[in-house]
Design a protein around this ligand. Structure first.
Ligand SMILES: [Zn+2]
Length: 131
């Protein structure tokens, strides 16, 4: 029997519904912005870091399409790095029609289901879509 629950991992998300941002951290001492969120600033080793809502717009830096994955992932899917407008590079699912996929494509963050199976709920997470 298919599990139809939706699981949204709050680790990388700030906000709810369509009004959310990817969670990063900003160092209070040097101002460095990081993703994923960290407890120590990798730039200056300060412990004075706090959650920061990352930019919702960016540019597709690079990508690859995945055809083999553990059970539960909807195949094929595309993973990529996006350079957000605030300067942070984030890896995530890229939900862009194949004909539009190209490095440099302007994208925005969105939310989508990325997989499910009989034992785990739908996995809903941030994705990148065309602007
Ligand atoms: Zn720092």
């Amino acid at each position: 029997m298919q599990n139809t629950e939706t699981f949204i991992d709050p680790t990388n998300i700030m906000g709810t519904g369509a009004d959310f941002n990817i969670r990063g951290t900003r160092c209070s001492d040097c101002g460095a912005l990081q993703f994923p969120a960290t407890q120590v600033c990798p730039n200056c080793l300060s412990l004075n870091v706090e959650d920061s809502a990352l930019a919702r717009l960016g540019t597709l830096y690079s990508f690859s399409t995945v055809y083999q994955a553990p059970a539960g992932w909807a195949l094929p899917y595309t993973l990529g790095y996006v350079d957000l407008d605030d300067g942070v590079r984030v890896m995530g699912h890229i939900k862009v029609p194949k004909a539009q996929l190209r490095c440099g494509l302007p994208v925005k963050v969105s939310m989508a289901d990325v997989g499910t199976n009989d034992t785990i709920p739908e996995r809903c997470t941030y994705v990148f879509v065309p602007q």
